[in-house]
Ligand binder design. Structure first.
Ligand code: GCU
Length: 678
């Protein structure tokens, strides 16, 4: 049923009877805060619902706080100490952290704050739903304070790069009346410990700031509040001229400053826990401070100042670049973010966080880690990921993204010859910053599956889990998701694990291998193969493929100099073709098609082989999925089968389009005689 889709990993499917587990579940829940907007109250409702659904057992809310035996206590550490006077047995927790103790007769779920308590409740239910009844005392603290999602929703209800229906927030220029789906979304996000959401497109429409829409945003925030999620919005930098009646949007102009102070005050009046702003300025035609010869830091600090009295945050995007001309061998869009932002290090206010895409171009199937992470030491940073599969098959292809994200989060940039993992930079730890974290572009819509495909939800689930703890293993995360979404049967677990873990490598093989980028249509919808669109465009997403050669020369000695924007140990690895990994060869080097890889193949033969083997893997997904017939409810079985059958076909389109393109261009035959005319 549609509910399976809507509840995603929070289905709480029934387990065998409680007795057969010899399990004594609590019969009461003691919630230490019962006000309706409190996440602690939400936690108690969720616990009742979950236990009822998993075990068909009612648990009643109790205010008999001193009859705590055989109870489940949920609340903050402070409230717990206050009521029970024995908070000393509770370990120290960080902000948003929680302690889950199932060792004694009383189950204790205590958060450092209210949302922490809610996270603990979801964790407990996740264990139960997976049949894990172990007795634990577990302290959970987040790696990073900012764990947000971004929605690219427009006020007319469309969603930029959204593949799961129209907006659950907006239509016809306003906020929708019925926010039921919003509260279901809030529930999913809270369960993966997301604590903030930007609800509108980075290419922001000014009309969101009308008094009526600010009231509507207030309704949205009221829905998110019981889930411990703060709401923020994207801003259009030119709002002062567009709706403020001013003649300038210069960030240093006093009229502009009071315009933004006033807007910010209005927002906080309606939404006292408003999260802050996301700003795309001077990027892809969006207005920004550069118009007035002000710096990007001046632009960011304008908002930081207005938000500061309220502890609000500005997420300022590093996705700033200019159009380029490919006839210039040294032109390189990958250099843009470092060029724009490195000189501004230390100039951003303390409540500004520079939000950086994982790679230097744009959500490609493989990119090296953005070097900007290793160039800002006095600036808060966050990583930007995409759950929406813009360049990665738009939810019509299964691509489990956690392994891709991990290549970046785990990457050690070796700043100052010291361990400098991206995850430790964005957490604030490496450079001792007060703020930092993660943002993912999610773009769920009105579709009952949220993202347009059941399988794509593993990416949303994994995003939250990794933002909380980037050291987690992608396959372990995946398997939690599978058990919670599709049940505990081992064939189901093993099959979906195999498909998912093979999915990103397969997509990389048939869409753009060796670091050449996703060879999709880059001029428009970013879908399907279009290798010829990858050159002679102003976007700077180039392959420089000709009859004999391919790849971007990003070396310092002969190319764009990009490799030199990394710290020395990393720079020298990429500068030298012999130490550059094969999977990034064409990102860093311009070579003949006959260049021999570390693997022993030529570049062109690798292309042919990879396209065939990637497509073959996608064919195999259909058979694998068919083996689950009868083991998954028919509705979801059929929906996934439909998508996998489509992917199998489309992977052949990719394979043939790309193999033939390079065969035509290079004239080099495929040793296995699959490509071209024979
Ligand atoms: C990509 C995407 C755009 C989006 C932009 C951004 O280029 O295709 O739709 O606006 O990124 O991140 O700002």
């Amino acid at each position: 049923t549609a509910e399976n889709g809507q509840n995603a990993w929070l289905r709480y499917a029934p387990l065998r009877s409680v007795n057969s587990y010899n399990l004594s579940l609590a019969s009461n829940i003691i919630a230490l805060n019962t006000s309706k907007s409190s996440p602690v109250y939400t936690a108690s409702l969720e616990l009742q619902k979950g236990i009822q659904s998993i075990f068909s057992q009612a648990v009643k809310e109790s205010d008999e706080i001193h009859q705590a035996a055989s109870s489940l206590i949920v609340g903050t550490v402070d409230d717990y100490s206050h009521v029970y006077g024995n908070g000393n047995d509770v370990p120290d927790l960080e902000e948003d952290g929680f302690w889950l103790n199932t060792e004694g007769e009383t189950v204790k779920i205590l958060g450092q704050n209210e949302r922490g308590a809610l996270y603990g409740a979801f964790e407990y239910l996740s264990m139960l739903a997976q049949g894990d009844f172990s007795h634990i005392s577990s302290v959970n603290n987040p790696n990073q304070p900012i764990r947000w999602v971004n929605q690219w929703d427009n006020m007319d209800g469309s969603i930029e790069r959204g593949y799961g229906g129209s907006s659950i927030f907006f239509n016809n220029g306003g906020i929708v009346d019925d926010l039921t789906r919003v509260s279901e979304y809030a529930r999913l996000l809270a369960s993966i410990r997301v604590n903030g959401i930007i609800v509108n497109n980075v290419n922001a429409n000014v009309s969101l700031l009308s008094p009526q829409n600010i009231q509507g945003l207030g309704r949205i925030a009221d829905v998110f509040r019981p889930y411990g999620i703060q709401v923020g919005i994207s801003l259009n930098f030119a709002s002062p001229t567009a709706i403020g009646g001013l003649t300038t949007f210069d960030p240093l102009d006093s009229g502009v400053i009071s315009f933004w102070t006033n807007i910010t005050d209005q927002l906080y009046q309606r939404i006292p826990d408003f999260a802050g702003y996301l700003v795309k300025a001077d990027s892809e035609g969006q207005p920004g401070p550069l118009t007035y010869n002000r710096t990007l830091a001046d632009g960011a600090n304008l908002f930081a100042k207005a938000l500061n009295p309220y502890n609000g945050v500005v997420m300022f995007r590093a996705f700033v670049y200019n159009q380029l001309n490919e006839s210039d061998w040294k032109a390189d869009r990958a250099n843009a973010a470092v060029q724009f932002f490195k000189p501004l290090d230390g100039k951003f206010a303390n409540n500004v966080v520079v939000q950086i895409k994982y790679g230097p171009i744009d959500f490609q199937v493989r990119e090296p880690t953005s070097p900007l992470f290793s160039n800002l030491y006095n600036t808060n940073t966050a990583i930007e990921l995409e759950v929406t599969q813009e360049y990665l098959g738009q939810q019509c292809h299964l691509v489990y993204l956690a392994p891709l994200w991990k290549t970046v989060l785990d990457f050690d940039l070796r700043v100052g010859q010291k361990a400098s993992k991206v995850s430790d930079i964005i957490s604030g730890e490496r450079f001792n910053r007060p703020l930092g974290g993660s943002a993912a572009v999610v773009n769920v819509g009105t579709n009952a599956t949220w993202l347009g495909s059941h399988m794509a939800m593993s990416n949303l689930y994994a995003y939250g889990r990794l933002a909380w703890d980037p050291s987690k293993d992608s396959q372990n995360i995946l398997q939690d998701w599978i058990r919670l979404t599709f049940g505990l049967a081992s064939e189901v677990l093993n099959t979906i694990t195999k498909m998912s873990m093979e999915s990103w490598p397969a997509y990389e093989q048939y869409s753009g291998n060796l670091g050449i980028q996703t060879l999709t249509d880059i001029t428009g919808n970013h879908y399907g193969p279009n290798p010829q669109s990858q050159d002679n465009n102003g976007w700077g997403q180039w392959t420089r493929a000709d009859k004999k050669t391919i790849g971007m020369d990003r070396t310092v000695w002969n190319g764009t100099g990009y490799s030199g924007t990394y710290p020395p140990e990393i720079a020298s690895m990429y500068e030298d073709i012999s130490t550059t990994p094969d999977n990034l060869l064409l990102w860093f080097h311009h070579v003949n098609y006959t260049h021999i890889l570390h693997s022993g193949d030529t570049v062109i033969q690798y292309f042919y082989n990879a396209h065939y083997s990637g497509a073959e893997t996608a064919q195999a997904f259909v058979k694998l999925w068919e083996s689950l017939k009868g083991k998954i409810d028919a509705e979801r079985y059929e929906q996934v089968l439909y998508r996998q059958t489509y992917q199998a076909g489309h992977s052949i389109v990719w394979r043939d389009a790309i193999s033939n393109f390079y065969w035509n261009l290079s004239g080099i035959p495929d040793e296995a005689k699959r490509v071209g005319n024979h």
